[in-house]
Design a binder for this molecule. Structure first.
Ligand code: ADE
Length: 229
């Protein structure tokens, strides 16, 4: 799977995608991430990529020409399944959307910055607008990193234990159960006995029960959905 990320701040995206599971995915040839500096497509001596908003108001707007030049170059090189724009007014990312996206081959992501991009770019190129939550980031780069991470780890072969993503929180609309490791007693706090029993059926039942309990307490919205309410 290939991601192309278009940004005015490629430095912000380098580190989060060069470690741990993302690096392993790349090393295994399962994930490619290409960063494109929008400034390379800016005009004039200053490589300008933003300008004042028509109608006034605080904040700069990303100009259409450099974005169009960059996107058109990439679109001429390969077919993209989605051209995504990261923005707080997009659809809120969830695990279902990540699952769907992990089946795609090529994804192009334009990171919003400043006050946003000229609306005509959205109308012309963008197939999907994604928000990572109801809050405002300084730019769309961190949202793009979240997107690559959440989708990238779902590509078959990326996680060592293929089943482990299946038991993540949200995969079945429930939060994950608590987990424990050694020592079996720490500061007088014992691990729940059932986890030491070796009885797989009992352990699975306990985990499911804890998932339900945790979801009911912390996320009544998800719990209602799970219960079909
Ligand atoms: N850019 C600024 N805030 C954002 C958010 N919450 N999600 C995606 N992109 C953003």
């Amino acid at each position: 799977m290939r991601f192309d990320l278009v940004t005015v701040l490629p430095e912000l995206l380098e580190s989060p995608l060069n470690h741990s599971i993302m690096q392993r995915a790349k090393d295994r040839g399962l994930l490619e991430v290409h960063l494109h500096n929008l400034r390379d497509y800016g005009a004039g001596k200053h490589k300008q990529v933003d300008d004042y908003a028509f109608g006034g108001g605080a904040g700069m707007v990303m100009k259409p020409e450099p974005i169009a030049a960059c996107l058109e170059q990439l679109l001429g090189e390969r077919q993209y399944d989605e051209v995504i724009y990261t923005t707080p007014d997009g659809v809120v990312l969830n695990q279902g959307l990540c699952n769907q996206m992990s089946l795609k081959e090529n994804i192009l992501v334009l990171c919003g910055h400043y006050k946003g991009i000229d609306e005509r770019i959205r109308e012309t190129f963008i197939t999907l607008e994604i928000s990572i939550g109801d809050y405002v980031l300084s730019g769309g780069e961190l949202a793009a990193a979240v997107l690559v991470d959440t989708v990238g780890r779902l590509i078959p072969g990326v996680l060592n234990d293929e089943t482990s993503a299946l038991f993540d929180s949200f995969q079945d609309d429930l939060l994950a159960p608590p987990v424990y490791t050694r020592p079996a007693v720490w500061r007088n706090l014992p691990v729940p006995e059932v986890l030491l029993s070796g009885n797989d059926k009992m352990i699975q039942d306990w985990r499911h029960e804890k998932s339900l309990e945790r979801t009911r307490e912390r996320r009544p919205d998800l719990y209602g959905k799970f219960m079909g309410e």
